[in-house]
Ligand binder design. Structure first.
Ligand code: SAH
Length: 349
């Protein structure tokens, strides 16, 4: 019989399950406490549960965490990247960043990605499948174990397009917010999307004050379509309109991610166009010098160009920050560890 995964099962559902098996419902809260507050890896650790119950649980249930197949920590000790494999051998990446303001984690929402952005390593093999709610949660729990301290921020910015896995992603966001779970404030959760317009309208209706981050990367349709094929379906005008709607509905500042690719999207022409589309908006631009994609000849601009781009926006009263790079020595760019793993798997088979 297939075991029931506990990770990704809300507390009230676990209580119901336990009731139907004559297990006292308060035991469900104890199991959740082990999972979410003490990062337990196994039922055998749960020593406030009678041994007979632990054995019974292990027969019928699985914590549903998958297994850790690789873990790398940067030299400065601040960034830990984990590769987690699930029952069907599908592997995903997740990252823990120990920052001065707390522990942030980045989780993947899909194995691979179908969006085809030309600068992104996650999409090279297409999308394999959506991750279940429990598989997204399992990533958070590996990070909790690695951090040995509470998690304060979550960004859905790993591999995949979260709005193509809407229901599981929303379940995850609601669940990590629960007190018995990771107890993360909605304001400390960021969802990053390439701009799936109808789903952003849906998200705005959810009444969750999470931060919306739009991967913009170019202020002109022609260039954006070249870098991000999704722009052909949902062009800039529609993306900007829904972002405004989201900001107005949630009263939350929208973040625009803008990777800087040397002499491709970081020219005077783009500065001008970006200023013109963002002027007067409740917005923040996050500039990210690109992680080079050698196959495509995409390089990182010089510091001088990055500074110039940022200063030009600031002068025009557009909030702009440059993302501090973390964990470059362990290739924290999403998708790279997984690609290496997939290459090795293909070699073996
Ligand atoms: N699909 C979602 C979330 C995953 S990508 C989205 O598009 O937002 C997370 C972020 O990493 C996006 O802003 C993406 O554009 C960026 N990214 C992808 N490849 C990158 C690279 N080579 N260098 C820097 N940022 C990159």
């Amino acid at each position: 019989m297939k075991k029931v995964n506990i990770c990704g099962l809300p507390l009230n559902e676990l209580k119901e399950q336990f009731k139907s098996e004559d297990i006292a419902p308060f035991r469900a809260a104890q199991v959740m406490e082990w999972l979410y507050k003490r990062a337990a890896a196994d039922f055998s650790q749960m020593d406030n549960l009678p041994l007979s119950l632990r054995e019974k649980l292990a027969m019928k249930y699985d914590l549903g965490l998958g297994s850790l197949v690789a873990q790398l920590t940067s030299k400065d000790g601040k960034t830990t990247k984990s590769l987690i494999e699930f029952a069907d051998k599908m592997a995903v990446e997740t990252v823990l960043m120990r920052q001065s303001y707390g522990n942030s984690i980045c989780v993947s929402s899909q194995a691979g990605c179908a969006m085809g952005c030309s600068f992104c390593a996650s999409t090279l093999h297409g999308v394999a499948r959506n991750l279940s709610f429990g598989e997204i949660m399992a990533q958070a729990l590996y990070n909790l174990r690695a951090s040995k301290a509470p998690i304060n921020n979550i960004v859905l910015m790993g591999s995949g397009e979260p709005l193509q896995n809407y229901d599981n992603v929303l379940s995850f966001i609601r669940e990590v917010h629960e007190k018995y779970s990771l107890n993360i404030g909605y304001r400390n959760i960021t969802l990053s999307t390439c701009g799936i317009v109808p789903r952003i309208y849906d998200l705005a209706q959810e009444d969750l004050p999470i931060t919306l981050s739009i991967s913009l990367h170019a202020p002109q349709d022609e260039l954006r379509s070249e870098l991000m094929p999704i722009n052909r379906k949902y062009p800039l005008h529609d993306v900007l309109a829904v972002a405004d709607y989201y900001a107005q509905k949630t009263k939350r500042r929208v973040t625009y991610e803008y990777i800087l690719i040397d002499h491709i999207n970081d020219n005077e022409e783009q500065i001008k166009a970006l200023v013109s589309i963002l002027r007067g908006k409740l917005a923040n631009v996050n500039l990210i010098p690109v992680n080079p994609v050698l196959e495509r000849g995409f390089n990182r601009p010089s510091n001088k160009r990055v500074q110039h781009f940022q200063q030009s926006l600031l002068k025009q009263h557009i909030n702009a920050t440059v993302r501090r790079e973390m964990g470059a020595d362990i290739n924290a760019a999403c998708g790279q560890l997984r690609n290496k793993y997939m290459q090795e798997k293909t070699k073996k088979s």
